[in-house]
Ligand binder design. Structure first.
Ligand SMILES: O=P(O)(O)OC[C@H]1O[C@](O)(CO)[C@@H](O)[C@@H]1O
Length: 528
């Protein structure tokens, strides 16, 4: 198959779309531009069976402690199970805990939306700043943008901002534009020990102190909500118990936007819309659990990815949403997939001798066309692409200009996946063109077509990628739910604080780090 061109596959079978596209609820996935045949499908099924995909799937969904390095289950699916259902963990139905947590979240959302939650001066809150990083930032950040069209029942929109980077530039710029009287900060951190988040939180509280002259007690009560799996640490920071929203250690950070970490989403679009998003994710969970291999969307997405990576030697993956509201999806999927499956040690503790997670990156498709598509079309790298687009947009408005813009966007989406697959064979006299103007094609892609972008279809979409990531981890025999590769960097940064602050001389550092340290000190002295 490495030498078979997609144009030949389409010549042999013009009905590939009928064979390789599949649908669940509001999503359709078209795999016909992947370099697969019925034989590939059957070989992939054998591979999945050999790796016991079905057993792993059941273990995931039933709450087995499959995150073995941290000895716990990964139960993000429980966060979207409907009220009245059951998932027993050590004999206890955790769906009840999830529902109680949603009720607490709902109460907070109502108090803020109704203007009952007031700042230190008595003014209602109209601005939210979520302070968090990684999984405590990317999910809510992406979702608030993706679902920005959803209006609150009141017709009002809360301003919701996100601060993540530790260097202070985001928060400093943002605070300059905000009113302390009506701003509420959500401190989101599963561990509540992440230095990036805590340093931004301290900056926020100092800003409030300086502006208000109010006591810390009043500020903590009226201007901060904590969301974490570590209640004692929230209390230690000063967050009162009834302003704390908890979640559980069985919710991985990058799988946590369905938990109270999703509070900014609920504040932005309302609790009922938030629940529609959960329902969409749950529908995909059920599809993943029950649909057969051949028509199981996350399984196919994962297995065809494995086919590209391990059998066709394609190690780059571009995420290309054709809708500006999905602009943060690539960054979200970078963490979801690369922090989950960017591993090289098997579940048995052995170095693997095959490739695992590819390099994933992306951008809003039409913008990327004016940036890195040159490489996709004519570079030396093989790249697999996911095109993601809603079929309908602006159809419920009478704005013909915007409707036309949407049509134009879809035309570009279809044009690009067509050329990437078939190259310039789509033209009549392609072979007479000079070589620098040729398009060789054969870059495989999947198109994810959403009926329209709603909380439900968006929930489905994100759950689709979560399960895809899991499927691949099973085939690669790795644990997708830990992230030990990020720990050493945190320790090393703490160690480097001392020489940077001149408390030690850094003589034990390597030559490069010592050279940079000395240069920084010299430059800082000049500035002083
Ligand atoms: O929510 P926390 O505990 O602040 O962690 C934030 C992020 O940091 C990481 O642990 C990586 O350092 C991610 O896995 C996580 O999403």
């Amino acid at each position: 198959m490495r030498h078979v061109h997609l144009k030949e596959l389409f010549q042999q079978d013009p009905n590939r779309f009928q064979t390789y596209s599949m649908r669940n609820e509001q999503l359709l996935l078209d795999f016909s531009k992947q370099r697969i045949t019925p034989e590939t499908q059957s070989l992939l099924k054998t591979l999945a069976d050999t790796c016991q995909l079905d057993t792993w799937k059941s273990r995931l969904l039933s709450g087995d402690a499959i995150n073995t390095s941290e000895n716990r289950p990964a139960l993000h699916t429980a966060l979207r199970q409907p009220q009245g259902s059951e998932l027993l963990l050590d004999g206890h139905n955790i769906v009840d805990d999830v529902q109680a947590n949603l009720a607490h979240m709902s109460d907070i959302v109502n108090r803020i939306h109704s203007g009952q939650w007031r700042g230190y001066s008595g003014l209602p809150i109209d601005t939210i700043v979520n302070i968090g990083v990684g999984g405590s930032d990317l999910g809510p950040y992406m979702s608030c943008r993706a679902l920005s069209d959803a209006q609150l029942a009141s017709g009002k929109k809360l301003n919701v901002h996100f601060v993540s980077s530790m260097d202070g530039s985001q928060i400093a710029d943002l605070l300059d534009t905000l009113l302390p009287t009506s701003t509420l900060f959500i401190l989101s951190s599963k561990s509540f020990t992440t230095i990036d988040t805590l340093s931004n939180a301290n900056t926020a509280r100092e800003w409030l102190r300086n502006a208000s002259g109010a006591s810390d007690d009043i500020l903590n009560r009226r201007h901060f909500i904590g969301v974490s799996a570590n209640a004692p640490k929230m209390t230690e920071w000063g967050i009162p118990e009834n302003s704390q929203l908890n979640f559980w250690d069985w919710t991985g950070g990058r799988y946590s936007m369905w938990s109270a970490i999703g509070l900014p989403i609920a504040l932005r679009i309302g609790m009922s819309r938030f629940k529609e998003m959960l329902a969409g994710a749950h529908a995909m969970d059920e599809h993943f659990r029950t649909a057969p291999f051949e028509s199981n969307l996350p399984t196919q997405l994962g297995m065809i990815g494995v086919w590209n990576i391990n059998f066709l030697d394609i190690h780059a993956h571009a995420i290309l949403p054709y809708d500006g509201r999905l602009s943060h999806l690539p960054a979200y999927l970078e963490q979801l997939e690369m922090e989950s499956d960017g591993k090289s040690v098997s579940r048995q503790g052995k170095e693997v001798d095959y490739r695992t997670c590819p390099i994933i990156w992306g951008e809003v498709g039409p913008n990327a066309q004016h940036a890195f598509y040159q490489l996709l079309h004519q570079g030396t790298e093989s790249v697999m692409c996911d095109f993601i687009a809603p079929a309908r947009r602006y159809h419920d408005t009478d704005n013909a200009d915007l409707q036309q813009q949407h049509t134009l966007t879809l035309a570009n989406c279809l044009a690009q996946s067509r050329i990437l697959a078939l190259g310039d064979s789509v033209l009549e006299d392609n072979e007479s063109a000079p070589v620098h103007m040729r398009y060789r094609g054969n870059q495989p892609s999947t198109t994810v077509l959403m009926d329209e972008l709603t909380p439900f279809s968006f929930g489905q979409l994100i759950s689709l990628y979560e399960h895809k990531t899991f499927v691949q981890s099973v085939i690669w025999d790795i644990n997708p739910f830990d992230q030990w590769g990020v720990e050493l960097g945190k320790k090393m940064a703490t160690n480097l604080l001392k020489p940077l602050m001149k408390e030690t001389d850094g003589a034990d550092l390597d030559g490069s780090s010592k050279g940079l340290l000395d240069t920084i000190h010299a430059l800082q002295e000049v500035n002083a």
